[in-house]
Design a binder for this molecule. Structure first.
Ligand SMILES: NC(=O)c1ccc[n+]([C@@H]2O[C@H](COP(=O)([O-])OP(=O)(O)OC[C@H]3O[C@@H](n4cnc5c(N)ncnc54)[C@H](OP(=O)(O)O)[C@@H]3O)[C@@H](O)[C@H]2O)c1
Length: 328
């Protein structure tokens, strides 16, 4: 059976994305074949689609680190044909063909059954970015962070992780400072629940001071680099930060003072290799106590053919919110 997919190919160190036909016999020899109904665009997909060998070693390749769809056939013992399921992370979209194709074939251990009260399309409005924001929130809540502790921040807030982190914090009653490079989006961010919006350029500086005014009781950081380095030094006593991204830089040149004088905790989040039971817990939360009724209002729906343009945009940091790929 033929299917359509985005194929990233390497031609003399240049990487080209095109929509091509493939046959399901080209898919890897895993136990479960899924007809993909929705996928979503994440920063890691753009890295894979532009030849980042830290993400994808071998080309031609189909990126797409998440997918929601229906089981077509399985030789495993957990699911049955017709089950509606969600797959995120592990090796999917990295070195296993991913959700930017109409079919995926993955091990059953990577699959989560879609919870009731969350549609397949809603699940890819969250996608990996949402799952990551949820994992960050889970860590902070387990640490004991509460709305009454004080303001929290979200950096990279107009991006996929950031926007869902903002909405989740709001849903749980936190007072949120949105940190962005796109000040023209202030109204949009306030409509989503930001209490304050600040310019990321005021933080994107060499360490301002090792102990700055203690503003934040916690936060979710999707950018890293100098911005995270300064935010670490702007936290109050017993604060907690969950960090997951690196669009602002790979190194972290900060101070030890907030850790040893204010008891700060810094949690690293990796969504791809999270335990499947933890992923199930987050998806279950998205269908119940963390349900975001307005999730669909802030999504750009695109077809597979529109994907190459959107990949260019996310690489330039110009994407606002989430992009969902919708298959027929
Ligand atoms: N650890 C994990 O498991 C995991 C999972 C998903 C994503 N991630 C990582 O999290 C990060 C965000 O992912 P995403 O999918 O949300 O990406 P995204 O949609 O591209 O959002 C990134 C946002 O960061 C801000 N930004 C862009 N360039 C920047 C720069 N040079 N300096 C500071 N801020 C910049 C922009 O927001 P503003 O203009 O509003 O500032 C941009 O919208 C990426 O590094 C991604 O790899 C990690």
């Amino acid at each position: 059976m033929d299917y359509r997919a985005l194929i990233t190919s390497e031609d003399n160190k240049t990487f080209i994305n095109s929509i091509e036909k493939r046959n399901i016999t080209d898919l890897p020899n895993n136990d479960t074949l899924i007809k993909v109904k929705y996928s979503s665009l994440n920063y890691k997909d753009a890295l894979s689609a532009s030849g980042n060998k830290g993400v994808t070693r071998n080309y031609p390749h189909t990126p797409g680190i998440d997918a929601a769809g229906i089981i077509e056939e399985t030789s495993g013992n957990v699911f049955k044909p017709g089950d509606e399921v969600i797959v995120t992370g592990y090796d999917m979209g990295m070195n296993t063909f991913g959700g930017f194709g109409e079919y995926i074939k993955v091990p059953q251990e990577w699959i989560v059954k879609k919870p009731d009260n969350l549609s397949l399309s809603e699940s890819m409005a969250f996608g990996t970015a949402g799952l990551t924001a949820g994992l960050c929130l889970r860590k902070l809540l387990a640490h004991g962070l509460k709305p009454e502790d004080g303001d929290v921040f979200v950096s990279g807030v107009t991006g996929g992780v950031g926007i869902i982190a903002l909405m989740l914090f709001k849903k749980l009653g936190f007072n949120v400072t949105a940190i962005t490079g796109k000040l023209d989006q202030e109204e949009f961010l306030k409509n989503l629940g930001a209490n304050q919006v600040i310019d990321r350029n005021t933080l994107d500086l060499d360490l301002i001071s090792p102990l700055q005014k203690p503003i934040y009781s916690g936060g979710i950081d999707a950018v890293g680099g100098k911005i995270l380095a300064n935010l670490i030094c702007s936290t109050s006593q017993r604060a907690a930060i969950a960090c997951c991204g690196m669009v602002g830089g790979l190194s972290l040149d900060t101070s030890i003072f907030p850790f040893i004088l204010r008891g700060l905790s810094l949690f690293g989040i990796d969504s791809a290799e999270s335990l499947i039971d933890v992923k199930k817990e987050i998806w279950s939360n998205f269908s119940s106590s963390w349900k975001l009724e307005n999730i669909d209002e802030n999504i750009k729906n695109i077809s597979l053919d529109e994907l190459p343009n959107e990949i260019e945009k996310i690489l330039k940091g110009n994407q606002i919110g989430r992009v969902r790929i919708v298959y027929d």
